[in-house]
Design a protein around this ligand. Structure first.
Ligand code: ARG
Length: 607
């Protein structure tokens, strides 16, 4: 926002350093919170330290030398247009603005940039974010929802920060779990098919639970049961073998049922407003991963113990020369030549970097798969795959229920679709009572925005490393740190503007914008929050932490609610001040909307 001034001052500093033979150092700017004025600052400790390291600077202690440089720089700069005054204090150069100028520029810039306010300059790097990658033949539960919501928010942040961004999914669509569902379907349910995309997808998960119960050894089972169970297992394994062989019928059954799952997944992603760019599947990297194993054997990174009836393994720790156990020994091919989850991840990484030319690859995956991913990255490194170090695992904690862990095997899961429907239903019931003046179809849209918003925010307002005990009542309670509280700030801003008939900049642009009056603390707080949005985008994107943005937008909403209670915008007598306040409200509305959008949450016009 103040880049012009910052650049101007930076160039004067560089001139000064060059003229005085000071070693260059990167300048970092920090905002100065309001204390009668706003400003930004930079320090000279790095310059002084570099100088000392180079054996110059006459052995003056670094802090003292930093202050000397700050003073010299200050006098060199002189006065700069737009800047109130400059101070050299304790090694820092503090640059201050006239309060009115600063406020005007913040609000002006927000309104001019609109939906683009806070967008980072275009970067040359391409970043791939992989998320929303559940296994097929299962259903999408709230653990998957946490993954998807986190991944989408990250993708939005990275993209808005200026990186070319590719969204990728990677469903696991093969393996014994998949075959288990196909087996029971073929045996007991062939030809059946529930109506409805969600119903059909979820049905497969029910079949899986049923199959598991049939195939699992029971306590005190009688010999007939044992025989039955074992016979079922033989059938299931036979089906797996046929699948592997490419048997036409089994493949057809696989394709059909897989599509049922994927269709449900696409619907869920649609509900969450996620638009995937690329779909990878485990089944598609299965063959390519075998070729990588051959290479690893040829390079003596992997050991082929199949001739002795064993598997293909890689002793990662030994190959890396580690003395302590870290990555352990891993199987890459079973004795029958089939690949493992780990094997396929090697091929996936290669595709990501070589076909999609990404510079960085982020994996949003359950923290319990941390070792798995570290192993994959380590093997890639051993293989000589340079981009291995450009792979990053963004883990997230476990989602459990108040009654304990979820279990897909036991059918004890909370489905995302059920929670989302329930959320919208509850909001609609409240709205029907409290906001009867909103037309029915709009009420439904608003209920959807609020219900989904509540759900999404409940997942993003917790640090990704922390576990979540998912309690639907809590997620939908609208008190405290929740999306509805934030959305309500947006709605209030909107309603002030509506009442004033100044709904956009143009309709209010009758007079020049100036904050040349005694600002209340509430206005100061609000302006300061608005000015911090661009750097919040940058921080959240660089640290891969949507939580930073979630916390920010709550604070912003909070500042707006306080302002709303304390300052009566519409009753302001002085026309100039009233105009400034309306523009501030408009700017707040815009930034709340921008911040929510980056989290994947919509802002309703009314509620
Ligand atoms: N499908 C896996 C699961 O449901 C997650 C995939 C994670 N991504 C990866 N590249 N391994 O656990």
């Amino acid at each position: 926002m103040f880049t012009k001034e910052q650049q101007l001052i930076a160039s004067k500093i560089h001139e000064f350093c060059a003229a005085n033979e000071l070693p260059p150092a990167e300048l970092k700017w920090h905002p100065i919170p309001f204390s009668g004025e706003w400003g930004f600052s930079t320090s000279f400790f790095q310059v002084a330290a570099n100088e000392a390291r180079a054996g110059k600077g006459n052995k003056i202690p670094v802090p003292k030398r930093a202050q000397e440089i700050a003073e010299q720089v200050k006098s060199q700069i002189g006065s700069v247009e737009g800047i109130g005054h400059i101070e050299a204090v304790s090694g820092y150069l503090n640059v201050y603005f006239k309060t009115s100028d600063y406020a005007t520029r913040v609000v002006d810039e927000v309104l001019n940039a609109g939906a683009d306010f806070g967008r980072g300059a275009q970067k040359s790097e391409t970043v791939m974010v992989e998320y929303a990658q559940p296994n097929t033949h299962h259903s999408f539960h709230i653990g998957h929802a946490r993954n998807t919501i986190l991944g989408e928010a990250l993708a939005r942040l990275v993209q808005f920060a200026g990186y070319e961004t590719i969204r990728a999914s990677y469903p696991g669509d093969l393996g014994l779990g998949v075959i288990t569902v196909m087996w029971i379907y073929e045996k007991f349910y062939k030809g059946q098919e529930p109506a409805g995309v969600h119903e059909r997808g979820q049905w497969l998960a029910k079949l899986y639970v049923e199959a598991t119960a049939l195939l699992e050894k029971q306590e005190n089972e009688i010999p007939e049961q044992t025989a039955q169970r074992e016979a079922y297992d033989v059938e299931r394994r036979e089906m797996y073998r046929k699948w592997d062989e490419g048997d036409a019928e089994v493949r057809e059954l696989w394709r059909t049922t897989r599509e049922w799952s994927l269709e449900e997944l696409r619907e869920v992603l649609h509900m969450l407003d996620v638009k995937m760019d690329v779909w990878f599947y485990e089944s598609e990297v299965d063959e390519p991963s075998k070729a990588i194993v051959d290479e690893l054997i040829a390079k003596d990174i992997a050991t082929d113990e199949r001739p002795q009836g064993g598997a293909v393994i890689v002793k990662i720790d030994e190959k890396l020369g580690l003395t302590k156990e870290k990555y352990r020994t891993n199987v890459l091919l079973r004795s029958d030549g089939t690949t493992l989850y780990l094997t396929k991840d090697l091929a996936l990484a290669k595709v990501k970097f070589e076909q999609y030319h990404v510079d960085r690859s982020i994996y949003v995956v359950d923290v319990r798969q941390s070792l798995h991913l570290q192993q994959a990255f380590a093997i890639l490194k051993l293989w000589g795959f340079k981009q291995a170090e450009k792979c990053y695992h963004l883990g997230y904690g476990f989602v459990s229920l108040p009654e304990g862990a979820m279990s897909a095997r036991r059918g004890r899961v909370v489905l995302f679709k059920d929670v989302a429907d329930e959320a919208v239903r509850r909001v609609l019931a409240v709205e029907a009572e409290k906001s009867a003046d909103i037309p029915a179809d709009e009420r439904e849209k608003v209920a959807y925005q609020i219900g989904m918003g509540a759900l999404i925010y409940s997942m993003l307002s917790v640090d990704n490393n922390k576990d979540i005990v998912f309690d639907i009542n809590e997620a939908l309670s609208f008190d405290g740190r929740t999306a509805p509280y934030i959305q309500n700030a947006y709605v209030r801003a909107n309603s002030i503007l509506k009442k004033s008939k100044v709904e956009n900049r143009k309709s209010g642009d009758l007079q020049p914008l100036t904050f040349d009056y005694d600002l209340t603390n509430h206005e100061i707080e609000l302006i300061e929050k608005l000015s911090r949005f661009p750097q919040t985008v940058e921080q959240a994107a660089n640290e891969y932490r949507p939580l930073v943005m979630a916390a920010y937008v709550y604070d912003l909403a909070n500042a707006f609610h306080s302002f709303y209670h304390a300052v009566n915008v519409l009753q302001t007598e002085d026309e100039k001040i009233k105009h400034a306040r309306l523009m501030l409200v408009m700017a707040a509305k815009q930034v709340i909307e921008n911040a929510l959008r980056l989290l994947g949450i919509q802002a309703p016009e009314v509620m």
